[in-house]
Design a protein around this ligand. Structure first.
Ligand code: GPU
Length: 839
């Protein structure tokens, strides 16, 4: 409120509104108000969580005006909108990020201080929404941040899992899974919108019947109906007024079922029905890069996809955009194939429910979808057994058959007399048990198909989707992944940011290529000293954390050598272990050997059903138990497994790395995004020519990157000529000794059985070719050790890595998507004091 200026001499007095004001005084008052009126507590009896909640509501109030202004502007302009469909959004904690993006971190910090509270402690209180497994879900979250920052109208659509990714504990060296009760203390960031609930049909059968005009139509008679309730979370851009929406669907029973059951007296039956419905959004499937083929998972997919499409149609109706203009109003990005039933579902809605002719509906559908592929691993490519699919989605199966029939006609026309091609490309795999091939469906129903790094896109074209590339070359394009510098630099690494800002200003936060300007300072010894000191302080923080959580002492002058990511054989954490054992063996053979001290840090979860991945975690802990205690080692090597790697923890750990381990078998990691987060925080990468490593190396320069291992072509060639891991084992004494020590029970209290499955994998077929890459890896690690001894050289490399990583901002990725095929324009949001209420 502004008091009117009655005369020239009266100074303007601004009274800040308690729900929007950003001054320290107003923030303090609003905080006290929320503690009292929302948490219902006075300071003397308030818990830390009460304080966190009061602060969260204080920040949310300040978001709401932006959020409503944004929604109002979008609906008034009927702006073209990106709908990002994803089964996972790995958002991480919201409070800190919102403070950064609102630009009030410092004011809030001061306000809390003046109230005798510690902002950092309150930030720690937040239970993060871990609604994703790893890279794919985190990428979706980074993209939402960039979409809002670039002022692009967009909606994220997904599932509001009651249980996100499990919490990981370690007992006796083994992973133990604990359910993630992230909602138990309440979620201040979401608003339920029950008035926009929708119903989704499942199961049953289809019938052909005449409608009221005597025309024959297909009717789907389901045997289950569930209700989807949207829960909205605001996604604020960095220093813009734009606040977009993440809309997550919660499954509930429809009321009609309750009434029906009560009438018939089946009270327990009604309650049971409720449980069955609610199960759909109960839990996130904890698999990364592997398809499960479970009925409930398919139910989750159709559930959130159908809710989201109906929501888009509701929005169009409200904005009076005719359905024919669906592709002008929305572009739907499919985050992998998990939401790809959206293609037959949109067809079903248009043809069955809106009586649109097939050709017209197909024209709309084909122009509305774009598909991102995130993996080349065969076990991760989704296929649904026909039986299971038809039982859950009988009408969708018919529609897929029709799409397939017309598609195969097209293939026949383009490639006459090529029956093998028809068999290869059919949406239905008929080589044994029949399956629906979801990646192929996504290719046929989308106007764009992209990979997530240059190499990955090339391999898609050459290999996994080669036939589709020949059929539709114009659809294929690359969009190299990126990460948001707001969360993964500004929020997580304040020390680095202060140093950067003091030299190059803060433009880099919105335009990451600005980091280039750092190169001018690499020859400045004072700057290098500051850089080194900064890194040391960060490492000290992490060392304190390690001491507190594991009671292990680590030396901050040792090299922090970190591998933090999901556990998977293709990511080869066990190759890293072979290096650790090799160094240990060298010390055992010669205790006085001069080696570069290292602290090996691991973090990451294994899928609960992935036995070998869990065994690798056990191996790391077992090796750590020996190495950390052996007096011969004299603290020169430390092995630490940090449990429960999640977004909060990732933010803490990335800044402390000297060396980033990106050591997957070439051709297996689609892109990787952890590789980017490490390098942006000044770590040097040791890596293979895989995924985005290739482009990182191109950007930072080969002399600032430690490359090793076979190339993708060499991997293929070696496989073809008959790879014999045993020969590598026989020929390389260091390798042989490392494996023998695992096999003999040296790290398992003399029990040779414990790690036998792992040893058998390596000496048997060694699918991911660790043995073939071992020597190159070890020799390169020796060069790394050498380089680290020249600390000044290392600091130069570190600075140059940061300076040259500008390409890997998710802002750049999102700009590429917008310009290349989304064709969406930014919409500026003006902040009005009040949103006009209309009847
Ligand atoms: N990715 Br498919 C996952 O995290 N989970 C999955 O189920 C599938 C892919 C990852 C890729 O492994 C990683 O290389 C990539 O950077 C990331 O998706 C985002 O594109």
């Amino acid at each position: 409120q502004t008091l009117p200026n009655s005369s020239e001499t009266v100074t303007e007095v601004r009274v800040e509104d308690d729900r929007t004001g950003l001054s320290v005084e107003t923030l303090k008052r609003a905080f006290a108000d929320n503690l009292f009126y929302i948490q219902g507590k006075f300071p003397q009896i308030a818990s830390k969580n009460d304080f966190y909640m009061a602060l969260a509501y204080t920040v949310r109030d300040r978001l709401l005006r932006r959020w409503l202004n944004t929604a109002e502007t979008y609906s008034r302009n009927a702006s073209r909108t990106v709908a990002y469909l994803s089964a996972e959004f790995l958002m991480g904690p919201q409070l800190g990020n919102n403070l950064i993006n609102l630009g009030i971190y410092d004011q809030v910090n001061q306000a809390m201080q003046e109230l005798g509270l510690d902002l950092r402690e309150l930030l720690e209180e937040e239970e993060e929404p871990g609604l994703g497994n790893g890279g794919l879900g985190r990428l979706a979250a980074c993209y939402l941040d960039s979409l809002a920052t670039l002022e692009i109208p967009s909606l994220g659509y997904g599932i509001r899992y009651e249980f996100g990714i499990f919490d990981q504990d370690i007992k006796d060296g083994w992973q133990v899974e604990i359910t993630d009760k992230w909602l138990s203390a309440g979620n201040p960031w979401e608003l339920p919108r029950p008035e926009w609930s929708v119903e989704v049909k499942l199961g049953g059968h289809t019938e052909k019947r005449a409608d009221e005009h005597g025309n024959f139509k297909i009717y789907w008679v389901p045997n289950q109906v569930v209700k989807g309730i949207p829960y909205d979370t605001p996604i604020l851009g960095y220093k813009t007024n734009t606040a977009n929406t993440l809309r997550l669907w919660k499954a509930e029973a429809v009321e009609s079922f309750d009434f029906y059951a009560f009438d018939s007296g089946d009270y327990l039956g009604a309650v049971h029905q409720k449980t069955v419905s609610e199960n759909i959004s109960k839990v996130l499937y904890p698999n990364d890069n592997s398809a499960q083929g479970k009925e409930l998972r398919l139910a989750q997919q159709i559930f959130f996809v159908s809710c989201s499409l109906k929501d888009m149609m509701r929005i169009m109706e409200q904005q009076k955009v005719p359905l024919e203009q669906f592709p002008e109003k929305f572009v739907i990005q499919l985050n992998d194939t998990h939401p790809s039933v959206a293609i037959p579902e949109l067809m079903r809605l248009l043809v069955d429910e809106y009586d649109m002719p097939w050709e017209k509906a197909w024209g709309i559908t084909k122009q509305s979808f774009a598909y991102t592929n995130h993996t080349l691993l065969p076990e991760a490519l989704e296929r649904w057994p026909i039986g299971l699919f038809g039982k859950m989605l009988p009408r969708h199966l018919e529609i897929i058959y029709e799409i397939n029939k017309r598609f195969l006609d097209e293939v026949r026309m383009k490639f006459p007399d090529d029956t093998d091609r028809l068999r290869r490309m059919s949406l239905i795999d008929e080589s044994g048990e029949r399956y629906v091939r979801m990646a192929f469906l996504a290719c046929v129903g989308s106007y764009s198909i992209n990979g997530v790094a240059a190499l990955h896109t090339e391999l898609l074209k050459k290999d996994v989707l080669h036939d589709f590339y020949e059929m539709y070359p114009e659809k294929f394009n690359n969009k190299t992944n990126g990460v948001t510098p707001r969360r993964f630099m500004v929020l997580s690494n304040p020390r680095l940011c202060r140093l950067l800002n003091s030299k190059i200003g803060d433009e880099w936060i919105k335009n990451l290529y600005e980091l280039k300007k750092l190169e001018a300072f690499v020859e400045d010894p004072e700057f290098r000293r500051q850089w080194r000191e900064m890194k040391l302080e960060i490492k000290q923080d992490v060392a304190d954390y390690i001491k507190k959580t594991t009671d292990i002492d680590v030396n901050v002058n040792s090299m922090f050598d970190i591998q933090a990511k999901r556990f998977h054989e293709y990511k080869r954490q066990h190759l890293n272990v072979l290096h650790i054992i090799t160094l240990y063996n060298r010390i055992k053979a010669n205790p006085d050997i001069d080696i570069t001290p290292r602290t090996f840090l691991f973090g990451g979860k294994a899928a609960p059903g992935y036995y070998i991945a869990k065994l690798i975690i056990k191996l790391i802990n077992s090796v750590g138990d020996i190495v950390n205690r052996d007096p011969d080692v004299r603290d020169r090597l430390k092995v630490v497994f940090l449990k429960d790697f999640n977004v909060k923890f990732a933010q803490r750990i990335y800044p402390s790395a000297d060396l980033s381990e990106q050591i997957s078998t070439a051709g297996k990691e689609a892109s990787g995004t952890g590789n980017m987060k490490f390098a942006l925080n000044g770590a040097i990468t040791i890596g293979t020519l895989d995924g985005a490593n290739v482009e990182i190396r191109e950007e930072v320069g080969a002399e600032n990157f430690f490359l090793f291992g076979l190339t993708t072509e060499e991997v293929y060639a070696l496989k073809k000529e008959g790879y014999q891991p045993w020969e590598y084992y026989q020929k390389d004494p260091e390798l042989k000794l490392a494996i023998d020590r695992i096999a003999s029970g040296f790290f398992s209290h003399g029990d040779p059985k414990l790690f036998k499955p792992l040893v058998d994998h390596l000496l048997g077929n060694d699918q991911y070719m660790l043995l073939a890459d071992y020597r190159s890896y070890i020799d390169t690690q020796d060069r790394v050790s050498e380089a680290y001894r020249d600390i000044d050289r290392w600091v130069r490399m570190s600075i140059l890595n940061v300076a040259r990583m500008g390409k890997f901002s998710s802002d750049r990725s999102i700009r590429d998507y917008c310009e290349d095929f989304w064709k969406v324009q930014p919409v500026n949001i003006e902040l009005k004091e009040y949103v006009q209420a209309t009847a």
